[in-house]
Design a protein around this ligand. Structure first.
Ligand code: ADP
Length: 462
């Protein structure tokens, strides 16, 4: 009884059974009453004929003596005729029936039923036809048999319908709960990591909604599982490359192929540093994913902060013949953030811009503050080659690189922008990029700012 289908079946069957029983009882009662009335009326119709016979008896005999025998004989001839009670002119019973014994007076309740028997205009007695049920509950035998047949048929019909109702209830309940069983089976398969399994989306609207929600969840899980596998493969690949270089170089030194000198060791040191950065970046991303990236928040004047970063960046840009412009509001822009992490965001985006801008190009940094909405927006625009539209949705993905053939030496780890997105989001902001291939790209991020701002983090301005 712990199964939903069993409970549903029971509930359906109970409701149907109660309904059928109520209807059956009503029909039974109505048939009984209507039939008794019908029998009584039919018998009454025969009354004048009988009173005529009784009057004839009295006229012939001049007395009621021996009438009992006459009536009994008549009863034997007509077994289904109504019970007759005969009284004298004073209402004293001469021929009784059931509890009405000769010598008693006719009970007042039966008086309206009596029919006078007249001989030469004089009332010589009364005949009373007892309606069915007055003397006993039973109807005359034939009529009683008819009523019993009707009753039996009625109860047989009730039983058949009840049985049908129970079978139908069980079938309906099993049908209604079938999708639930399918979802349960699918959930178990999902638990066994069979992520491709789906449930059919058919049936009533609610069932379709559950199946659809389940399938969406399975799809999301499958995607996440694939992404995780891909990530693990990417991590292994990224770690293996510098490790292989280090191992090969060390082996070459040990074998005497390379001399063990400062320059070779410095090269190896660069590889180890890259490896270290990769591991640090991965750790940051993992912590950000878990929402546990430690942020040492403090009030920062973003305007002064960016001025300082761009100042230190000028030198590297000038070395590549790239000019850097900075536009900031004329007043301080206070935000709450971790200066180290904010520096990391700016460095990653600025280094990308520097890497992709050809000599003679320009990099423009803009800080725009919107006090009314409570957001500050930082834009870094370069005059590099830009990013094709089909690449734009991927630039913030982990290990995604515009040019897969590009080696680590020529670029970063493919984690730079992923880190930027995680750090900006950890500060409650958003990131994005717009680009015109051939003309350059603009990477932007927003951060909550300004004490009077009304933040709605879901709707940061783009
Ligand atoms: P990495 O720079 O280490 O490859 P990033 O996550 O920093 O990884 O960047 C991902 C990709 O986005 C880059 O490989 C590059 O194709 C593209 N990209 C990033 N910044 C720029 C830019 N300023 N101009 C053009 N493409 C860019």
């Amino acid at each position: 009884m712990n199964h939903l289908w069993a409970r549903l079946s029971l509930a359906f069957a109970l409701v149907i059974a109660l309904g059928i029983l109520a209807v059956a009882l009503l029909i039974n009662r109505a048939t009984d009453t209507a039939f008794r009335v019908y029998v009584r009326d039919t018998l009454r119709a025969a009354l004048p004929r009988v009173t005529e016979e009784l009057a004839e008896y009295y006229r012939t005999h001049g007395t009621w003596a021996g009438i009992g025998q006459f009536i009994n004989q008549r009863r034997r001839q007509h077994p289904s005729a109504p019970r007759l009670v005969l009284t004298d002119a004073n209402g004293r019973i001469i021929v009784g029936a059931g509890r009405l014994r000769p010598g008693q007076r006719l009970p007042p309740a039966l008086r309206p039923l009596r029919v006078p028997i007249r001989v030469d205009e004089e009332v010589v007695g009364y005949a009373v036809f007892l309606p069915p049920g007055t003397v006993g509950p039973r109807l005359p035998a034939l009529e009683q048999a008819f009523l019993t047949t009707v009753r039996n048929m009625l109860w047989t019909a009730v039983l058949v319908v009840l049985l049908g109702a129970v079978l139908l209830s069980v079938a309906t309940a099993r049908y209604v709960t079938a999708p639930l069983r399918q979802v349960a089976t699918a959930a178990r398969r999902l638990a066994r990591r069979e992520f491709h399994h789906r449930v059919p989306e058919k049936g009533p609207a609610e069932v379709v909604a559950v199946a659809r929600a389940f399938n969406e969840m399975a799809t999301a899980l499958e995607r996440s599982e694939n992404a995780q596998r891909q990530l693990l493969a990417d991590i292994a690949h990224e770690l293996r490359t510098p490790l292989t270089v280090i191992q090969a170089n060390l082996q070459a030194m040990l074998d005497g192929v390379y001399p063990i000198n400062g320059r070779e060791v410095a090269r190896l040191y660069d590889e180890v540093r890259l490896l270290h950065r990769l591991v640090e970046d991965l750790r940051d991303l993992a912590l950000a994913d878990m929402g546990r990236l430690p942020l040492h928040r403090q009030t920062v004047d973003l305007r002064a902060f960016i001025h300082h970063i761009v100042d230190t960046f000028h030198l590297a840009a000038a070395a590549q013949d790239i000019r850097v412009h900075l536009h900031t509001p004329p007043h301080p822009v206070h935000i709450t953030g971790d200066p180290d992490r904010l520096g990391q965001i700016m460095h990653n985006v600025l280094n990308n811009a520097l890497r992709h801008t050809p000599p003679g190009g320009e990099i423009t940094v803009r800080v725009r503050e919107d006090r009314s909405s409570g957001w500050v927006r930082v834009e870094i625009t370069d005059t590099g080659p830009g990013i094709p539209p089909e690449h734009l949705p991927h630039v913030f993905d982990r290990f995604w690189r515009g040019d897969p053939a590009r080696t680590r030496e020529a670029g970063g780890t493919g984690l730079g922008l992923a880190i930027v997105r995680s750090l900006v989001e950890a500060h409650g902001g958003q990131v994005g990029v717009t680009s015109t291939p051939g003309r350059g790209s603009t990477f932007w991020f927003t951060l909550p700012c300004c004490p009077n701002g009304h933040h709605d983090e879901q709707r940061a301005p783009h």
